[in-house]
Design a protein around this ligand. Structure first.
Ligand SMILES: O=C(O)c1ccccc1NCC(=O)[C@H](O)[C@H](O)COP(=O)(O)O
Length: 277
């Protein structure tokens, strides 16, 4: 394949942790695409089974007045260290589905989150929920790889990409009938994300410099999301009262990982969030 055309849009403004992750991701893509060329990964993506409709599932939850819970399967993280051990993605997926989650999010990044493509495959095979590949997308090759492993949606982190890169990744995802979740941390990123076609706008409450979460980020940004988009509050949501706090500013969809992963009974914990309103 040609040299990956990863260019960090404004490297000096990318927070340190994210910059490190992206640099490693670039190396990972280079190695993986050397082993499986773009033409081959695209062939695998285009012959994979039909994607599940991630966007419609969340729209339907909102239309029904339900909490749209994207329940995350995450073994470890830079901020939380090792979060869950033992870790069984298939069982967790079944537990989340039983609790009434709308979608799943599965970490596939290995170096920072101890994730793996096999976690996504196992989780998706264990239920009928649409699945987000939670990873740092920096190159078209990864979008094809996501579909080839079964993912139904990709994450586009606006802080990591130029507008042109984000549009390119979105175009490929749409050509594969995948959903796109555009993630923002501030007003400038939100403005840029609204230039994409996707309806899913994730407001991440995690400050990428400190890795601390603060729900005030969603309180500031969610009200600025236009009515034709679906705001999703991400990170740092721990209990039903946090779910109500997010709904009060207009986010009935939430993405929750660590607080669920730390519970012995994830079904009960996820059901509590789903039934919070
Ligand atoms: O979780 C981290 O430590 C982290 C560090 C650097 C970049 C991203 C990170 N997390 C990714 C996520 O967005 C979360 O996994 C997701 O929103 C769920 O958050 P939480 O419920 O707080 O686990």
């Amino acid at each position: 394949m040609n040299a990956p055309h990863l260019i960090l849009s404004e490297p000096q403004t990318v927070p340190d942790t994210l910059a490190r992750i992206l640099a490693d991701k670039y190396e990972e893509v280079r190695a993986r695409s050397a082993a499986t060329p773009l033409s081959e990964i695209e062939r695998q993506a285009r012959t994979a089974d039909r994607p599940r409709d991630f966007v419609t599932a969340l729209c339907q939850a909102v239309a029904d007045g339900r909490v749209g819970l994207i329940a995350e399967i995450k073994r470890a993280s830079p901020s939380g260290g090792l979060i869950r051990d033992p870790f069984e993605p298939a069982t967790l997926a079944e537990d989340y589905a039983r609790a009434g989650a709308t979608c799943l999010s599965v970490l596939t990044d290995a170096p920072y989150f101890q994730g793996h493509a096999e976690h996504l495959k196992a989780a998706r095979a264990a239920c009928t929920l649409p699945v987000l590949r939670k990873d740092f997308m920096v190159h078209p090759w990864q979008v094809f790889e996501a579909r080839a492993m079964g993912a139904d949606c990709i994450l586009i982190i606006m802080a990591a990409l130029s507008d042109q890169q984000a549009e390119e990744l979105e175009d490929i995802a749409r050509s594969l009938d995948m959903g796109v979740l555009a993630e923002v941390h501030d007003r400038a990123e939100l403005e840029r994300a609204l230039g994409l076609q996707t309806r899913l706008i994730g407001v991440n409450n995690r400050n990428l410099k400190t890795l601390q979460t603060d729900l005030a980020t969603s309180e500031e940004l969610v009200p600025l999301v236009p009515a034709d988009r679906i705001p999703i509050a991400e990170s740092g949501i721990r209990n039903p009262s946090d779910v109500r706090r997010m709904a009060d500013v207009g986010a009935r969809c939430i993405l929750v990982g660590e607080s669920l992963m730390r519970q012995p009974d994830v079904t009960a914990a996820a059901a509590e969030l789903v039934q919070a309103l």
